[in-house]
Ligand binder design. Sequence first.
Ligand SMILES: Cc1cc2nc3c(=O)[nH]c(=O)nc-3n(C[C@H](O)[C@H](O)[C@H](O)COP(=O)(O)OP(=O)(O)OC[C@H]3O[C@@H](n4cnc5c(N)ncnc54)[C@H](O)[C@@H]3O)c2cc1C
Length: 546
Amino acid sequence: MKSLKQRNMPENTYNTIIVGGGIAGLTSAAYLARAGQKVLLIEKNKECGGLVNSFTRDGFHFDAGVRALEDAGIILPMLKDLGIQLEVVKSKVSLGIENEILHIENFESLFEYRELLKKLFPECDGEIDEVVKIIRKIMKHMDVLYGIENPVFKDLRRDRTFIFKKLLPWLPRFIFTVGKINRMNKPVEEYLKTIVKNPSLRDIISQHFFKNTPTFFALSYFSLYLDYFYPKGGIGRLPEALKNKIIESGREIKTETKIIKVMADKCLVKDQNNIIYQYDNLIWAADLKTLYKITEAEGLLPQIKTIFEESKNNMLKNRGGDSVFSLFLEVDEPLESFRKIANGHFFYTPSKLGLGETHRGELNNMLSNFKRIEKEQILTWLDKFTRLNTYEISIPGLKDPELVPPGKTGLIISFLAEYDLFNKIKEAGWLDEFIKELENRILSVISDSVYPVLKNKIIARFSFTPLSIENRVGSSEGAITGWSFQESMPVINKIQNSGRSILTPIPSIYQAGQWAYSPAGAPMSILTGKLAAAKALKQIRKYKNR
Ligand SMILES: Cc1cc2nc3c(=O)[nH]c(=O)nc-3n(C[C@H](O)[C@H](O)[C@H](O)COP(=O)(O)OP(=O)(O)OC[C@H]3O[C@@H](n4cnc5c(N)ncnc54)[C@H](O)[C@@H]3O)c2cc1C
């Protein structure tokens, strides 16, 4: 620790440097700026936001990452705490399977969902009752978990009313709930096998989750659907508001700057132009495998170096979780035609058969024998995959009509996708052709089922693959919510330990964002961003007072 006592800071020297201008890094920077720290946020892209971002094309607004935000007792309290005004609307969700479509309005919609499933799977009556009973139980736990504004975003020294009226009565219920949550850690697919015999029904309930999602996280989706909101003007308004807050505080954001080396013993980072920056604390709010790959640990104390090397091995042998494929459509058809069918955030499964082994055994088999597989076989697999999949369809104009040219509609149709498939096809030299084949199949499945209005009305179309995500945000395996779910996680995955999720083996380096805690997502990225900022601040104050 070379420079903690250094107060008159020379050029390119900062109390805290934050690498990664996604939602986690922006949160850290906004809090450190508010605390009066000399802070620098470094982002490799031209725009901040990472996987929380929007763009406009031909007058159509699209969200490139997350389609709507779950508050989770985190996002709105964070905005309030930072004094940021953001106009938001509810992002209503619809669920559809074949011709059955349900608009989720409130808690009672869970029982309509039960009836919808019974209509499609009349032979599974008792099993559906059982699943819905469990979802109901989980919803009660979620009410506790997100029942108060997250205390991390409250001023606990001053807000006595919050402490005595909300926090203290809530704590025992929270501790009880955490115990219950931890007992529901089994992958949802395995858990459902214990209550549901029909494999199609199991798929319909769970196939739009990441592989091996912990049961609690997966079956809490009904609560999350009720919690979704959308910033007026698009998702990108959230990172923009944080960025403006940082700039208003007179702090620096360096975009188009990529950190390529961390010299941990000297507290230095280097960018692609060989410019060196010095920090007291570093918050790494980007891909964690990258941090370990580019960090020189040579001069560190031997015991720290040993733990660092162990951690590095552990991180590098793990994989990022599922990625996503998104098809963007500019459509010459008014919003009304779509409003009649479903809400602007829509989970739609065209066939109740379910994916079965299509996206697991069959895909794995294809990937491990890739060199021997003919293109035709892959395309036949693609037919089945697109017919049986679940799609997340977002229509920004149904949440905010200002987001499309008059009389037109923009759609984003996406689904979970395997990075390795796209990568191998790219290596085989036919990625563009594969993308076109995929787009054609999605369009034919969706226009033959839920949106016949799409036929002959598409003005333009384009898509982002897992490889685009990897290129854009530097996310290993194109992951969108950090690590893939496996038996042993390389990061903290228990809510009661979340305070430690931001620690790395190197005392002056903290981690935040989708890779710091599992399961992750936008709210958890924000929470870890705030926790990392608080820790960095505490460390700086500790040294200042020496
Ligand atoms: C289609 C889609 C749907 C989603 N749906 C949901 C949802 O419903 N609910 C939910 O909670 N979450 C959802 N997510 C996930 C959520 O958006 C992310 O988990 C979250 O935004 C991650 O934020 P982050 O700041 O941790 O990381 P990122 O957004 O990955 O930001 C990291 C930043 O670091 C920058 N960077 C990387 N390397 C460097 C470097 N060397 N130097 C400088 N800068 C660097 C990147 O450019 C990027 O801006 C979704 C994501 C997608 C794509």
